[in-house]
Write a new protein. Sequence first.
Length: 348
Amino acid sequence: MKSMPVTPPSDNRIAQLIDANLDRAREGLRVMEDWCRFGLKRSDFSIQIKDWRQQLGVNHHNIYRKARLTSNDPAMGVSHPFQKVRSTPEALFIANSSRVQEALRVIEEFTRITDPKLCEIATKIRYKAYEIEIKVLNATEGINRKKTLKGCSIYLITTNRKNLESIVLQALKAGVKIVQYREKFLHDDEKISQAKCLASLCKKFNSLFIVNDRIDIALAVDADGVHLGQEDIPTKIARELLGNEKIIGRSTHCLKDIKNAEEEGCDYIGIGPIFPSETKKKLNPIGIDSLIKGLSETLLPAFAIGGINSSNINKLNQINNLRIAVSDVIINSNDPYSKTGELLKSLT
């Protein structure tokens, strides 16, 4: 950036408020930087914010520093009750982001004539602060999604039913934390309408909503992610379309599939089919021994899938921390709520 002259403000009060807002902006940026560094583990965000803080520091000239004595500041130490209700790191980040943006706006207004370089820097950082706030919030949502995913024990996969919304609602009430929308027959406009409804239900229960195969529908309804089969779109392309904050799962049928899913950056896998499955009639069951081997070879959240029901789930009792993906056993149950509870109990 080219050198621009700095003219001391004719009114010392202006120098005082510039100094105060430079302090305020830099302090807020430090809070944002440290949360990105230690909380989100995002070096890209923290490095960018640190650069902004340094730019403001270099331009925090002595004419501003010498203009103000904090002991003479009538508002020093004044707080607000709302500061005590910021109970989450995200709330603190947003509050400090707003603090930075407000301080930079003041600096812009009062330095246009006397310190054009600082004015230009403040303007640039203020607009970029809006952008990084959204990126950080999206990253936080991504982290929360993955935390929820790790805690899931039953993964419900839908099939076409007239009362599907009611069935899913009962399963959610019983404790299901992840639902995959799988629909092969409806027209796209009907799929989108139904997916929106199910996504809304899942959100109310802080549960994940995943769309099978269709990235376009997942994007249209702001789903938490997609599930892909072995013959579906490559993970790399799916990630480019969805972004890092969304969840991508992949069906696997052997150790090679599992390793590929890990290397491609999938967030979870389904391993199966374990037993003969009405949904995947063309696939031969891999059996319990292959499931156990697959689980031992991956650190990804992995769901056993394929033909699992109340009558055969006890055959999987030797597997610790078992996660299962089911469809028919809940979707076609006369009492989805009770059936879900029964399955959850068998897993614990």
